[in-house]
Design a binder for this molecule. Structure first.
Ligand code: HEC
Length: 135
């Protein structure tokens, strides 16, 4: 089983061939993307998790946002930095926060909606926001 997964990953991470005899269908790229994402997402039980920033970062941002929003040279907001994150959170009206609206309107992540792929992560983020987005 493990070898099979490695083979799939290897096939998915291969650079495109130099001589392309036909243009691969969009669905082929998507299939690889989905397989990689499925394999990399750890199954986390969020029911007992304390609602704090560290856990939101682990459960929500690490899997879905890190490639673009982690690191100081990344796009704003820097989701790996609490103070930067708080520039898109309104503690007085959390569900009107830019962070929540961007996700619930399906604008971020750009290639899928978080709610369709990881509803638990979405629910955890909402619960954390409702508690005032504690550190
Ligand atoms: C593939 C890259 C990419 C990923 C992955 C990504 N973002 Fe973004 N994000 C961007 C870019 C580019 C912008 C700035 C341009 C824009 O607003 O569309 C942005 C802007 C934002 C903004 C500011 C929107 C505004 O109106 O100012 C928020 C909030 C945000 N992202 C949250 C997230 C969250 C949360 C995730 C993960 C669940 C995520 N993004 C995943 C690329 C990404």
């Amino acid at each position: 089983m493990r070898i099979l997964l490695l083979l799939i990953l290897a096939a998915c991470t291969q650079a495109p061939p130099v001589y392309v005899s036909r243009i691969p269908a969009q669905s082929e790229y998507m299939a690889c993307h989905d397989i990689q994402t499925e394999l990399l997402i750890p199954q986390i039980d969020i029911s007992g998790l304390e609602k704090n920033y560290q856990n939101v970062k682990e459960v929500v941002f690490k899997n879905n946002c890190a490639s673009c929003h982690f690191g100081s040279d990344s796009y704003l907001p820097h989701l790996d930095d609490y103070n930067s994150l708080m520039t898109v959170v309104n503690v007085n009206d959390p569900l009107e926060s830019k962070l929540w609206l961007t996700l619930s309107e399906g604008k971020m992540p750009p290639s899928y909606t978080l709610d369709s792929r990881e509803p638990e992560a979405m629910a955890f983020l909402k619960a954390w926001l409702k508690e005032g987005a504690p550190l």
